[in-house]
Write a protein that binds this ligand. Structure first.
Ligand code: TRP
Ligand code: SF4
Length: 400
């Protein structure tokens, strides 16, 4: 395909907690070693629900970025940017909107869901209905093929794929396509051209998925092709259209089982979080005051780990030996709850030490962060502009 590229974003919710770290950021940090990655702050997305509380957005944006860096996102490897600094996202959102059936947006599961859940807010707005469309534009504008997200976002990625398909279908048609595609094949050079024809035939006549994969990889490597010819040859493999936008795939992040301090899901709105860069003393206090299995009223009452949120933390933070020790000690009343909590406290503090160190650099010198983000915005914008040139041309808006 186009070169592999990972893209993901988060709404600016402010300082991150350990649920964000184990649920998403840790995964991003791993991915940046494997692929070119684009990570962005979805500030316009925040406006789809917080249009009446805009004053909290800016601080949330910077706090969140510091935490991304603290988690180990390396600005030398990954491109970090803010959505609204790349206004091309808005242009693609607008253009995609022209051919987006209302039904697609109304059927997104989170749509009715959120309207019913967030009753204190009027979400019967154009912006809120359109936010999955904006998300599709976020992804398609970078021709990203891999999008790490949680389960709840999968329908959005599915819709993004449909939008790419619809766009390519509507605007990938061009007069004389067949001839242009064949001219492009010739530009591959004799050897590659022969291979391309053979792989194309294998795919079209036998549906050979391996053949199309191999052909795409070859096109990805073919430096000699112009962007237009590359789109033609991708499309020609499958049919008679240019492939201008790329269908992305969700990279499912394993759901974080991080419990909050009260055993509910960890969430800022429940006030049950441990911050990613929490003061060690606060970590200690928060864990020490966590509720445990209610059956353990007195020290020598036995308990059941499966009824205790602290046990969930052991599952995230402890090795097998420590877990076995806690499990046995709990069931036999061999250890007290404070004893049981200590290895968890130690592990959280240990994990956070390098994060606090990395963050301190940016807290001491905020211009460092501003520069990283400015640089990331430039890089992202270049990539976005390249796609938009193709999009405008395909839609007849190039006016040459
Ligand atoms: N909608 C996502 C969320 O609420 C955030 C988001 C916006 C996003 N644009 C994206 C995620 C593009 C992945 C790709 O979590
Ligand atoms: Fe929970 Fe550990 Fe106490 Fe058992 S011993 S109830 S697992 S804190």
């Amino acid at each position: 395909m186009y070169p592999e590229r990972v893209l993901s974003g988060m709404r600016p919710t402010g300082a991150m907690h350990i649920g964000h770290y184990h649920g998403a950021l840790k995964n991003w940090v791993r991915l940046q070693n494997e692929y070119p990655c684009f990570f962005f702050v979805a500030d316009w997305h925040a406006l789809t629900t917080a249009y009446d509380e805009t004053e909290i957005i800016e601080k949330s944006v910077w706090d969140m970025l510091v935490d991304w860096l603290a988690a180990g996102i390396d600005p030398g490897q990954s491109t970090l940017f803010i959505q609204s600094r790349v206004p091309e996202h808005a242009e693609l959102t607008l253009l995609l909107g022209m051919a987006t059936p209302l039904g697609w947006l109304e059927r997104v599961p989170t749509y009715k869901d959120q309207i019913e859940r967030l009753t204190h807010k009027d979400l019967l707005t154009y912006g809120f209905l359109g936010y999955p469309l904006m998300q599709a534009a976020d992804i398609l504008i970078y021709r990203a093929n891999l999008v790490p997200v949680g389960e709840d976002q999968v329908p959005h990625i599915e819709m993004t794929r449909e939008m790419a398909r619809r766009f390519n279908h509507l605007y990938g048609r061009e007069p004389g396509f067949e001839q242009k595609a064949q001219d492009a094949v010739r530009k591959l050079g004799a050897k590659r051209a022969r291979l391309y024809e053979e792989l194309r035939k294998r795919f079209q006549e036998q549906g050979d998925a391996e053949a199309i994969g191999q052909a795409r990889a070859m096109l990805g490597d073919a430096q000699s092709l112009s962007m237009g010819d590359r789109e033609r040859l991708f499309g020609y493999l499958e049919g008679s259209r240019k492939l201008i936008l790329v269908e992305p795939q969700a990279l499912l992040t394993e759901a974080s089982r991080m419990p909050g301090l009260d055993g509910q899901k960890m969430s800022k709105s429940y006030g049950n979080t441990i911050g990613m860069r929490e003061d060690p003393e606060v970590v200690t206090r928060k864990v020490r005051t966590m509720p445990t299995d209610p059956a353990r009223v007195r020290r020598n009452d036995a308990g059941s780990p499966e009824k205790c949120p602290v046990w969930q933390l052991h599952l995230v933070y402890s090795d097998d030996d420590t877990r076995a020790w806690a499990d046995k000690g709990c069931r036999s009343a061999g250890i007290g709850c404070l004893e049981c909590k200590q290895p968890v406290i130690d592990a959280i503090i240990r994990e956070q030490e390098p994060m606090r160190e990395r963050a301190q650099v940016y807290l001491d010198d905020p211009t460092l962060l501003r520069n990283i983000v400015a640089d990331g915005c430039d890089r992202a914008r270049k990539a976005a502009q390249e796609t938009m040139r193709e999009v405008r041309e395909a839609m007849g808006l190039a006016y040459t």
